[in-house]
Design a protein around this ligand. Structure first.
Ligand code: GLN
Length: 272
């Protein structure tokens, strides 16, 4: 009997210590990032900087691109200082969930699946997926024609999801879109499924030679959103700022700089 109660006491004691440790750990993890950002008005924003013209490493260091200009303009309108942090694309949602960053702008498509774990701003860009092939390719023009073929994609993307659905296809994943496109240029895969504006930019800027987009028709219609931790208080701030720069012409100015065109009108919410 004495042994048993000692054992019980010890067990209770250990459980108590354990839960105290848990509570303290959670308190530390949960409050530190937001308390910091709140106090200093700094918004730590993740991006994967190998996706021009949306985000890339500038020649003189630092980041550049449509997303970078847009996020800085949002910060200005919202009274927030933007601090970028480079992360692999498939590490962005986990970082938002862990609260180690406050937001992410990375040409990230608003999807129903992602919306279960993060909150998105209103759409800020209309895009879609395209198939890239080598210039002399004539047979591969649609998703259907890619059955049983070798497809390169960037890990964790909507392009990767789409490629997975092609029957019998061998899907090879890469850490960045330029690496997947290079694999195609090298002749090691038959096609790449990637965001059309990025593939077109790589081809038109001469960053990668010998490729073309298979068809003018986009495979999907996708809208990019700024991702934030689920139900973050910054969602509203970002949306208000986005609304401000869309109506005061700043958004159109940034769009013109990177796409040399007037922006299309964007829906208030992405159709999911
Ligand atoms: N828009 C695509 C997606 O969200 C690709 C994004 C990216 O590679 N940065 O999956």
């Amino acid at each position: 009997m004495i042994r048993l109660s000692r054992f019980r006491f010890l067990r209770q004691f250990l459980l108590g210590v354990l839960s105290l440790v848990c509570v303290l750990t959670f308190a530390a993890c949960g409050s530190t990032p937001s308390a910091d950002s709140g106090a200093s008005n700094v918004l730590k924003v993740a991006t994967e900087p190998a996706f021009p013209p949306f985000e890339s490493q500038a020649a003189g260091g630092g980041l550049e691109g449509f997303d970078i200009d847009l996020m800085n303009a949002i910060g200005e309108a919202a009274g927030l200082t933007i601090e970028f942090e480079s992360l692999p694309f498939d590490g962005i949602i986990p970082a938002l969930q862990a609260g180690t960053v406050d937001a992410a702008i990375s040409a990230m498509t608003i999807t129903a699946e992602r919306s279960q774990t993060v909150s998105f701003s209103r759409p800020y860009f209309k895009a879609g997926l395209a198939i890239a092939v080598r210039e002399n390719e004539t047979g591969l023009t649609s998703l259907d024609s890619l059955k049983g073929k070798r497809i390169a994609v960037q890990i964790g993307t909507t392009g990767a999801e789409t490629a997975k659905q092609v029957e019998g296809a061998q899907v090879r994943t890469f850490d960045s879109a330029p690496l997947a496109l290079q694999e195609l240029a090298n002749g090691n895969v038959d096609a790449v499924i990637n965001d059309a504006p990025v593939t077109l930019y790589a081809i038109n800027s001469g960053n990668i030679a010998g490729l073309k987009v298979a068809d003018d028709q986009l495979l999907t219609e996708e809208f990019y959103g700024i991702a934030l931790p689920k139900d973050s208080p910054n969602v509203e701030k970002v949306n208000t700022a986005l609304g401000t720069i869309i109506s005061n012409g700043k958004y159109a100015e940034i769009y013109k700089k990177w796409f040399n065109a007037a922006p299309p009108t964007l829906p208030e919410a992405a159709p999911l």
